[in-house]
Each structure stands twice: as C-alpha cells, then as structure tokens.
Design a protein around this ligand. Structure first.
Ligand SMILES: Cc1ncc(C[n+]2csc(CCOP(=O)(O)OP(=O)(O)O)c2C)c(N)n1
Ligand SMILES: [Mg+2]
Length: 355
C-alpha cells in the first residue's frame, strides 16, 4: 500500500526528514525505479551546474538556471509514458535529457545554434517556450487532438507561478477543462517571477485554488519531494487517460538560484531564506532517503555523478564542434515573401560577423 504522509501545510509529501518526520513510500515503485529516479535527478543537477560554468566561460549564452527544480521535472516525467507529450518552458530546457535527448542538443539551443532545434516528433518534447504561458494552449490543443483521434496519449505542460496570471494560461486551462482534454497542468511555483514575489502575483490563497474556477482538481505537492511529485503526476495522468480531463498540480518550492544568468537577485531577495532553502535542496534530500533505505552507497552516488559529468563533457565538446551556422537562417523562416530590405540586412550581418 502506498503510504503518503499527511500533508504539511497542505503539501503532499512522501520523503521524511530522517528525524521526527517518518519516510513514506509510493506503491508500485521497484528498487530499480527508485535508483533510476536518482540518476535522473543527478543528470539534471549536473546539466544545470555545468551550464552555469559554461555560461561564465562564455561557451553558452544566457541560461535559465533550474537548480532545485530537478525533483519537479524528474518526478513528473517518470509518471509519463514515452508517447506522452511534454511542453517545457525555459525552466525545463533540459527535460528532453530524461527521454535520451543528447546534452549537445540542449547546449546547442542555449548557444543559439540550429543544432539545438530538435524535431518535437523525435522525442515528443515540444520546443522550449520562452514567452510566458503561450505553450499552454498549444498543449491543450495537442491533448484534445489526441483525444479526438482516440489515442491514449496525454500531455503535460510546465509553467511557473507567474504564468498563472497570463491570459494564455487561462485560455489553455479553460479550453482543456471544457474539452476534457488529457492534459496535466504542472505549475512550478518557485514563488518568484524574476523579481515579482508570489504575494504580488495573486490574491488567491494558493495557486491550486485556481483549478476550482476551471472545474478541475487542484493538487498541492512539495516540489522538492521527487516521490510526492511522481505520485501526484501519476494520479493526474491516470485521470487524463480515463477521459476525466485535466488536473492542475501546484508544486511548491522556493527559487534558490538567480532567475537566469543575467539576474542579480541580491537586489530583491532575502538571502537568508535562500541559504535556508539551499539546505533543503531536492537531490541531497532524495539521496538521504535512499541511504536510509539502504539503497545507495556513497560510492554508487559518486559513480552516478561521474557518469553525468562525462555526459556533459562529451555534450559540450559535441556542441562546440558544430560548424558555425549560416547567418541567413536568422531571416529564412520569418516570412513566406521576405521584404526586400532583408537582403541588405543579411549583407550587413555577414559584414559584422566577418569583421
Ligand atoms: C509573455 C511574456 N511576458 C514577459 C516575459 C518576461 N519574463 C521572462 S521570465 C518571466 C517570469 C516568469 O515567472 P514564472 O512564470 O514564475 O516562471 P519562473 O521563471 O519562475 O520559472 C517574465 C515575466 C516573457 N518571457 N513572456
Ligand atoms: Mg516562478
């Protein structure tokens, strides 16, 4: 039997604290599954930490850090089938790695190189969405289309707390609910939208409360608890597949890193709170859980980290080995009939790049 712990501040959780709060467990997860989840977490953590270094070295462009968001991403993807569709925001840029997408592809995306433009059909992972919330209607449409075709596939769309104030979020959520589209609305509530705190984002008591307005369930889960995230997503996926429509999952965390490499949060954030949150980070918390179960030795954890580091080394080498892209690509997909001025603009771009 699954043993999900009583909600703390109405957040569902499974992992205890190794002291007063006991560990729970999730039905149906084998030891292999638990260890796979660990590899997934470490892969994402390593991708993120190396990317920050690559950015500082000038090897990738501006980068949206997802440090301490790994449990939300790994836990939810683990509840999907390979055929299910993933709609990431920039915060989930590397989520395709969990489907086997090469690290060089994602790194190329952050390098602004066409080698990073994957075909969504290859991985059932849509393009990374940078405009806030505009991918929610896309995901709703895809999910509805799957339902119309009689396929058992569902879709999951990731967005932040800030996105829930956007019109596109509302339209997508409402449409999916009315059509009972098989969609999981996954809100990464890290309590900040760049420098805008959650308190300035909404007057609602919780973001999950918004689900009531769409007539769908809203679930709140500890976003740093990979098992609770998995469990909540598994339920939402089952609901979607059974024809009952979308679920809104609010996974709560606290952004413990800058919004992106161009951000200096010391201007607006409480640094003491950030340090506190770092102490609760999700990968170490899961490793401690596995150690309490006797499933993970220090040596095994080190081997997992080394494997992920090797993958990143090979990934950046492959991304950097890509030949420079043809600058005409900047213009070629913008218009069916390009304006005459493009010729001059392209010539100017070539002159700047060559100079
Ligand atoms: C439509 C739109 N408006 C504004 C922006 C600028 N912008 C980039 S990130 C961001 C904050 C989004 O916060 P949230 O939805 O909480 O996601 P998080 O970055 O915390 O994961 C904003 C306003 C944008 N990318 N798109
Ligand atoms: Mg946010």
């Amino acid at each position: 039997m699954a043993r999900v712990l009583p909600a703390e501040q109405d957040l569902r959780r499974v992992i205890g604290d190794g002291e007063g709060v006991p560990d729970g467990e999730v039905d149906g997860l084998s030891e292999d599954d638990l260890l796979q989840l660990h590899r997934d977490l470490v892969l994402l953590r390593t991708y993120d930490e190396r990317s920050l270094v690559y950015h500082r070295q000038g090897r990738i462009g501006t980068y949206a850090i997802f440090w301490n968001h790994e449990a939300m991403q790994a836990g939810s993807v683990f509840a999907l089938e390979r055929e299910d569709w993933i709609f990431p925001s920039y915060r989930e840029s590397a989520i395709g790695l969990l489907r086997g997408m090469p690290a060089s592809t994602v790194l190329s995306w952050w390098r602004g190189h066409p080698a990073g433009w994957w075909s969504p059909l290859d991985w059932n992972v849509a393009s990374i969405c940078v405009p806030i919330g505009t991918h929610v209607p896309h995901a709703a449409g895809l999910a509805w289309g799957k339902k119309l075709r009689g396929e058992a596939t569902c879709a999951i769309v990731y967005f932040g707390d800030g996105a829930t104030s956007e019109g596109a979020f509302h339209e997508g959520a409402n449409f999916a609910a009315v059509m009972r589209a098989p969609l999981v609305l996954f809100c990464n509530n890290n309590q900040w939208a760049i420098s805008t705190p959650l308190s300035a984002q909404t007057a609602a008591e919780t973001l999950a409360d918004k689900a009531a307005g769409y007539g769908i369930p809203g679930v709140r889960v500890d976003g740093l608890d990979v098992l609770a995230v998995y469990e909540a997503t598994r339920e939402a996926v089952a609901r979607a597949r059974s024809g009952d429509g979308p679920t809104f999952i609010e996974a709560v965390s606290y952004r413990a890193a800058p919004h992106a490499t161009a951000d200096d949060p010391s201007a607006y954030i409480d640094q003491e709170r950030v340090e506190e949150e770092k102490g609760r980070e999700c990968v170490g918390r899961y490793e401690a859980y596995l150690r309490r179960l006797g499933l993970l030795s220090g040596e095994a954890a080190e081997a997992v980290r080394a494997e992920a580091a090797d993958l990143m080394r090979a990934g950046i080498a492959a991304a950097e080995a890509e030949p420079p892209p043809d600058p005409s690509l900047v213009f070629s997909h913008a218009f069916v009939d390009p304006p005459a001025s493009f010729e001059h603009d392209l010539a100017e771009l070539r002159r700047v790049l060559d100079g």
